[in-house]
Design a protein around this ligand. Structure first.
Ligand code: UDP
Ligand code: MG
Length: 322
């Protein structure tokens, strides 16, 4: 029988408004699963404080003091959702047999954890939580999010459709993840690369319980670009295609002009020249931008900087050593 200690890892950035309720629900869920004998009594909910500016860490400390079921990881500063999640996963990896990651705002249905744990006990290594509908999202969030998945797909970044970062991973899968040492980490694209037995669990995505989204449109676009450039070189290939196309157009233009010249039909048209100069200039800048994007990635990777630094881990009792 595989070990059955479950850690639920929750990245938190300025989540004081939702944290007490989230902790309450997670606590209930963990106790219910323990009583059902599905998970061990060493199981925990682990909150990762991603350099919050509000009382998030104080709340986590309070939770930990009042109940050893709750533990915490305090990062040295704000490192963004993906890195915070990674810090939690890597800390939980040594203590747990399976780790579920979920958002702090209770948008991920806590009850889906049961089905995830069941699948783990059947021998599945990665269970993806997949949204069955987006009814509760605003029209704007829904359309932008779906455009996000389509664009990712078109640009060659394979992800699981409508799956965010709500998933269960076994310790073996986490050990695999630990070997992906890239700095530009896009978990949703990397996790499917790990392999092993995978499965999905459907759930209804709820509304943010309180507080506001930490992913405004600007961050979402940055996240999409991050995803595409860290998973695929298709945009670079598209530039090559574009280059061929422009070259072909210019050939046609040259032939056309030669014919016009031969038939004595030369006209003084600066408009067409001005337009093409701007068009070509724009395309060149765009192409350079895409190349720069990848070059920037390469630059960051070559520095090999740490992806997160942990200031403190609160996990007393039977779990870990620190
Ligand atoms: N988050 C984080 N660091 C950040 C931004 C967000 O740890 O810099 C966490 C946040 O606390 C939440 C999760 O990432 O638990 C998802 O954020 P949010 O719910 O705001 O995103 P949305 O659901 O609107 O896409
Ligand atoms: Mg949310």
């Amino acid at each position: 029988m595989p070990g059955n200690t479950l850690y639920i890892v929750v990245p938190c950035y300025n989540e004081e408004a939702v944290l007490p309720e989230t902790a309450h629900r997670l606590g209930e869920k963990l106790r219910a699963l323990m009583n059902a004998g599905k998970i061990s009594p060493q199981s925990r909910a682990m909150f990762v404080n991603d350099g919050s500016k509000d009382k998030t860490w104080a709340i986590i400390e309070g939770l930990h003091q009042s109940d050893s079921l709750f533990c915490g990881v305090d990062l040295s500063r704000n490192r963004g959702h993906q890195n915070a999640l990674l810090a939690g996963l890597m800390t939980a990896r040594d203590r747990a047999d399976m780790v579920v990651s979920m958002d702090a705002d209770l948008q991920d249905d806590v009850d889906a954890v049961d089905a995830m744990v069941d699948k783990y006990l059947e021998g599945v290594d990665i269970v993806y939580g997949v949204r069955s509908s987006r009814k509760t999202d605003t029209f704007f969030k829904r359309t932008t999010a779906e455009a996000f998945y389509r664009m990712m797909d078109a640009l060659g970044a394979e992800t699981v459709f409508n799956h965010a970062d709500y998933r269960l991973m076994s310790r073996r899968a986490l050990d695999g993840l630990a070997q992906f040492t890239e700095v530009n980490l896009f978990l949703r694209g990397i996790v499917p690369m790990i392999g092993y037995r995978t499965d999905v669990v459907e759930y209804q995505r709820g509304e943010r319980f309180a507080g506001e989204s930490k992913y405004p449109l600007k961050k979402m676009i940055a996240f999409a670009l991050e995803g595409v450039t860290s998973l695929s070189v298709k945009p670079l290939r598209m530039i090559t295609g574009l280059g061929f196309l422009v070259f072909f157009v210019s050939l046609v233009m040259i032939i056309y002009n030669v014919v016009r010249w031969a038939t004595g039909n030369t006209v003084t048209g600066w408009a067409s020249i001005a337009c093409s100069v701007w068009l070509i200039g724009g395309l060149i800048l765009l192409a350079l931008g895409v190349i720069g994007e990848y070059l920037g990635k390469l630059y960051m990777e070559s520095k090999d900087r740490p992806r997160f630094l942990i200031r403190e881990v609160l996990d007393g009792g039977d779990g870990g050593s620190d």
